[in-house]
Design a protein around this ligand. Structure first.
Ligand code: SF4
Ligand code: SF4
Length: 117
């Protein structure tokens, strides 16, 4: 069971991508970027820290809380919402760069994307 933290676009989540139904469905059905896991449990779904993309301090807070709660996190997924914000709007996040920074600081694999709906 892979325990997954998703980082979402604060501007999109529950505004134009409603209730995060898409990522929960993809995780349940092991579709999209979740297809490679035996089974998936979303243990956290956090925003990016809002524009201009305060991902590192936000994930730092998430990791502190996860430690406090003794909640394991096996991998971090950068939500499809963030990828779309970057590719279709003015999102300033360097996705490859933030993936490298997250992996370096927190020692977790980082996957770019979640669902493909
Ligand atoms: S892509 Fe996933 S995390 Fe992002 S807003 Fe949509 S359902 Fe939520
Ligand atoms: S920095 Fe990018 S991912 Fe975060 S809220 Fe702004 S547009 Fe969305």
């Amino acid at each position: 069971m892979a325990k997954i933290l998703i980082i979402s676009c604060t501007k999109i989540r529950d505004v134009s991508c409603i209730a995060c139904l898409k990522c929960f469905k993809a995780a349940e059905l092991k579709e999209g970027e979740f297809a490679k896991y035996d089974s998936v449990q979303i243990v956290g779904l956090s925003g990016c820290g809002d524009c201009p993309g305060l991902v590192m301090p936000k994930v730092g807070l998430v990791m502190e809380m996860a430690d406090y709660l003794l909640q394991e996190i096996d991998a971090i997924h950068i939500g499809t919402c963030v990828v779309r914000a970057r590719n279709t709007a003015a999102c300033p996040i360097d996705i490859d760069g933030i993936k490298a920074k997250l992996e370096g600081k927190f020692g977790k694999p980082v996957v770019i994307g979640t669902h493909n709906y």
